[in-house]
Design a protein around this ligand. Structure first.
Ligand code: NAD
Length: 490
């Protein structure tokens, strides 16, 4: 574990094997953190929050540290990208790009934490204007951050950078599938920056470690990325403890194609939406809604492109799609493929484990047609390279189908008709909407879910606000308190 600025042993003996999903090689083990470990880390984070070293740090001091973290990432992108790939099997070239961009999250929050205007004065209409009322933004204290395996250090940045910018301290529980990069990142941060010990701590472990962090009474704010099912559990516990919580959960995002779209771009957008990262992204465009006039053509093009995808070692620059991240995920995807077939959908390409790849985590890029929106493959998040293509007859039907889901993370529309695009943007229930694009994110653009896709936002100014609480301060300059038995609420 990485606690109080250094590695230390867990109080337990259980370990987690970390394997490379391409061929199944186990290349690391980490401790399976206990509830006692979580308690230690939270205690350390609390002490750091109350220390002069961190408590007295001004926004400009925090900006300096956030920039140092960004510089540290920049100097170590290759190593961090390799760690990510070895843990979850995502393409090394995608991970390198992600690591090259990662520093920007820290720089962005370093910059904007200096612009948070604590001290906004409010002209309250009291005591003949003799009351002075202003607002302070204060950090919560100890943040418990629980993250998923699909983009481990990116999801870390979405929590750690704003939490730090606002002056909190953090205990992170990374996914049991991908714990190594967070540990190495913490080590690098403490080797190369002035972050005081105890401000960032990492306790690896399975779900029980996350549950211990969620339930810990001294955690002031929880930030969770993961499945909707576990998110509900986290929210329940947070509700009992009245802990502030933000949740970034799953999706079943509609990627909607109209006949007037540039079909070449649209099909590339579908590929980007569902086959990039082997479909393991929360924002995957897993429901492909296609107007009936172009359905046949889009399916033909998509099928051809999907069958051309080059599978292989994610470290090879020629590879376009690697394995899914671990065997359990492969089994989940496989079961969904079987359920699609059983419920009457048809596969135009894929659906099998390829014979020519090592390990046990490869699945072919898969396209389902003849899908109805009430089938399991259209309703549940598969989190794998499986597109469910649904035909629609007009704009109203497209919108109905797009919104007929418990999720609301993202959506896209492909059309040249900007009035139609606007109607879609205004009506679709999703936290992110792309028009003639897919799978773009940025540090300064808020990201998060409607409906069962989450609570709160990450990134952008909204992402920073999640880490402040607001205090309203009243100064009486009038000298008169007035009637003590009447609440002056007018
Ligand atoms: P998961 O819910 O299984 O696990 C997420 C994290 O929660 C892990 O660290 C896990 O150990 C921990 N955990 C498990 N049980 C817990 C419990 N009872 N209490 C507290 N923590 C617990 O999700 P996953 O399989 O790691 O990740 C895939 C999911 O994450 C997908 O649903 C995907 O859509 C979602 N995701 C969402 C976003 C987003 O920004 N909206 C981003 C990436 C991934």
């Amino acid at each position: 574990m990485f606690v109080d600025g250094r590695f230390r042993a867990s109080s337990g003996d259980d370990r987690i094997d970390v394997s490379f999903p391409y061929d199944g090689t186990v290349w690391a083990t980490v401790p399976d953190g206990t509830a006692a470990d979580v308690d230690t880390a939270v205690g350390v984070a609390r002490a750091a929050f109350e220390s002069d070293a961190w408590g007295d740090a001004k926004p400009s001091d925090r900006r300096v540290i956030l920039n140092q973290i960004a510089d540290t990432i920049d100097a170590n992108t290759r190593e961090l990208a390799e760690l990510e790939t070895l843990q979850n099997g995502k393409l090394l070239r995608e991970m390198e790009q992600q690591m090259e961009a990662l520093g920007e999250w820290y720089r962005y929050y370093g910059r904007i934490c200096e612009e948070v205007e604590s001290g906004r004065t409010i002209p309250v209409d009291k005591k003949d204007g003799q009351m002075f009322n202003y607002v302070r933004h204060e950090p919560y204290g100890v943040v418990g951050a629980i993250t998923a395996w699909n983009s481990p250090l990116l999801l870390t940045a979405w929590k750690f950078a704003p939490a730090l910018a606002a002056g909190n301290t953090v205990v992170q529980k990374p996914s049991e599938e991908t714990p190594v990069s967070a540990l190495r990142f913490a080590e690098l941060v403490y080797e190369h920056t002035d972050l005081p010990p105890g401000v960032y701590n990492v306790v690896p472990g399975y779900g029980h470690t996350g549950a211990a962090l969620t339930a810990h009474p001294d955690v002031d704010k929880l930030a969770f990325t993961g499945s909707t099912a576990v998110g509900r559990e986290v929210a329940k516990t947070a509700g009992e403890n009245l802990t502030k919580v933000s949740l970034e959960l799953g999706g079943k995002s509609p990627n909607v194609i109209f006949p007037d779209a540039d079909l070449n771009d649209a099909v590339n957008g579908v590929m980007k939406g569902i086959f990039a990262a082997t479909g393991q992204t929360c924002m995957a465009g897993s429901r492909v809604l296609v107007h009936e006039d172009v359905h046949e053509e889009v399916v033909a093009r998509l099928t051809e492109k999907a069958s051309d995808i080059k599978l292989g070692d994610p470290r090879d620059p020629e590879t376009e799609m690697g394995p899914v991240a671990f065997r359990g995920q492969w089994e989940t995807v496989h079961e969904y493929v079987q359920s699609g077939l059983a419920e009457g959908a048809t596969i135009t390409v894929g659906g099998e484990m390829p014979a020519d790849q090592p390990g046990e985590c490869f699945i072919q890029p898969t396209v389902f047609v003849d899908v109805e929106n009430d089938m399991t493959v259209a309703r549940e998040e598969i989190f794998g390279p499986v597109a469910s293509v649904i035909s629609f007859e007009d704009e109203a039907a497209a919108l109905d189908i797009a919104n007929d889901t418990e999720f609301g993370l993202a959506a896209a529309i492909w059309t040249r008709d900007m009035d139609r695009a606007n109607r879609f943007v205004e009506t679709v229930q999703a936290g992110t909407v792309w028009v003639n694009e897919y799978r773009l994110i940025a540090p300064n653009s808020p990201f998060g879910g409607y409906k069962a896709s989450g609570l709160g936002r990450e990134n952008g100014r909204e992402g920073l606000e999640e880490y402040y609480q607001t205090k309203s301060v009243w100064y009486n300059h009038a000298g008169e308190v007035g009637d003590p038995f009447v609440l002056d609420a007018e």
